[in-house]
Design a protein around this ligand. Structure first.
Ligand code: SF4
Ligand code: SF4
Length: 312
């Protein structure tokens, strides 16, 4: 990895967070609180949280809540917001995020995604459900975006969680300098690790980065023996869903001490959020994977002796 693509968005004592989700049951064991950090060095075409990619706060306009009344236009002294055919368009190069448009909107259709939070503020939110963590074997998961993209904040929050004896997990692409991961490992109970493609060029074509560092870091994490590992495989049509590829992937994973391997079928849940951000959906026309298709891919992996689940 070159220094340019290993860059992180490091805002020091404060982290840029776009959501804190309580009662989460898909991001590790038990009932958890998931802290979603904003900013990611990858641009996966199927990303269901497109607001997580940009490492800065940004405006979102919820089409489903907007009735085209136009009350948001006049308050914008930068002339950054216009109405075309009852749809709001924002010229983001003119917008300074003053939020006057959001204040003027009677339907709450405009909101800011991304808030800078201190470790103490995030921890306070995460501590609210301690009782549920204890009863369910849950804890706190740092997700994103990419938590390793804000390494100081992530490390500080992990340490703060461990000081309170909270179970910790990170949900990561693994695309980071190994030194960053190594420093965090003593404070991570579980790593949820994505494998998107084994071929570097295929990986780069769909995510914007090669997979060499990612696969190397996975080996290092597993070898360290310092944390539990769950592997997650987003299964995307015409990208990594062929029988031949799944066979190859299964061979690679045999013998790896991952506690759990999950196949996550492609879905379109994040589609409307692309429009909210004024972006085009990169996989327009791509149909979600049928359950039977996922079952047959799971069978291929299981025939190699792997324990595989569909879904989280
Ligand atoms: S946030 Fe401010 S500058 Fe940006 S579109 Fe709204 S009113 Fe205009
Ligand atoms: S965003 Fe709000 S104020 Fe603007 S047109 Fe839509 S509903 Fe009206």
């Amino acid at each position: 990895m070159t220094s340019s693509n290993a860059e992180t968005h490091n805002s020091g004592a404060k982290g840029l967070v776009f959501n804190i989700q309580r009662y989460s049951i898909h991001d590790g064991p038990g009932i958890r609180t998931t802290v979603f950090l904003k900013g990611c060095p990858l641009k996966c075409k199927w990303c269901s949280n497109p607001e997580s990619i940009n490492p800065s706060p940004e405006l979102m306009v919820r089409e489903s809540q907007c009735d085209g009344c136009g009350k948001c236009v006049e308050p914008c002294t930068h002339h950054a917001i216009e109405l075309h055919d009852d749809h709001v368009h924002i010229d983001r190069s003119k917008c300074d995020l003053c939020l006057k448009c959001a204040e003027a909107c009677p339907r709450g259709a405009i909101e800011l995604s991304g808030k800078y939070m201190s470790v103490e503020e995030a921890l306070e939110e995460c501590s609210k459900d301690e009782i549920f963590y204890q009863n369910s074997g849950g804890g706190v998961t740092l997700s994103g975006g990419e938590p390793l993209y804000q390494p100081e904040f992530t490390l500080n929050l992990l340490q703060a969680c461990k000081e309170k004896a909270l179970n910790t997990a990170i949900d990561t692409s693994g695309f980071a300098n190994w030194k960053i991961i190594e420093k965090m490992l003593p404070y991570i109970d579980l790593v949820l690790y994505d494998i998107k493609h084994l071929d570097p060029e295929m990986h780069a074509s769909a995510t914007g980065v090669s997979n060499e560092v990612i696969l190397d870091n996975l080996q290092k994490i597993v070898k360290s023996g310092k944390t539990r590992v769950w592997i997650r495989i987003p299964v995307i049509p015409n990208f990594n869903d062929s029988e031949t590829y799944i066979e190859k992937l299964a061979k690679t994973l045999v013998g790896m001490p991952a506690e759990k391997i999950s196949l996550l079928g492609y879905h379109e849940w994040g589609k409307s959020k692309y429009f909210s951000l004024g972006k085009e959906y990169p996989l327009n026309g791509c149909a979600p994977l049928a359950e039977e298709r996922l079952e047959s891919l799971k069978d291929i992996m299981q025939s190699r002796g792997l324990q595989v689940t569909i879904g989280y």
